[in-house]
Design a binder for this molecule. Sequence first.
Ligand code: PGA
Length: 223
Amino acid sequence: MIYAANLKCNYTRSGFLEYARVLDRNISDQSVMVFPPSSAFLEAKFKFTQGAQNFYPAKSGSFTGEIGSDMLDEFGITTVLIGHSERRALGEDEPFLKAKFDFAKQNGWDIIYCIGEDDITHMNGSTKEFLCDQLENIDLEYENLVVAYEPIWAIGTGKSAKAEFIAEILDFISTKTTAPLLYGGSVNIANIDDIKAIKNCDGVLIGTASWDANKFLEIIKKD
Ligand code: PGA
């Protein structure tokens, strides 16, 4: 199982250092990734993989406010999130996501590519068609790809999608790619066992329930 923590816009560098130490002391050989804000990247090496929530598809240049691969290289970061719904909501469209994917692939980075439908799409039963469109732009055979299915209506609500529905969607995605598949959207200590039991579920991408290192550890340690 892959356990990925999306810290979103939380943690200063000093706070993240404390978080990282707690996590590091309490994990062994589990596959754990943490995505802190870029301003909190740490140079120290830990047992978990430090990844980037965001980057601009360039080495460096005149891209005000952005972070290129030079800045990620400085911290040895080779794992990135692409396509998170919160970044899509800020205007990252399919052509831009494709540019980010292609750039990350060229660099050989590990990519967690996030897809997921909103509640209207979910309610009118067109989730699978919607996800197909979202997957159209990327190389589904890329060897360092992980796909994270995160229904927008389940993110940050405390109510994850039902296990049967997640199973059906992950099953569907597994017909398109052999990449490991994650589920994200209100994963927590109460539902981790049901989610882990899903056939094609290779891990979880956790927001809220990962922001306290000890709570994140409780979820990891159920393994
Ligand atoms: P959540 O966030 O666990 O708070 O629902 C998940 C995510 O946005 O990746």
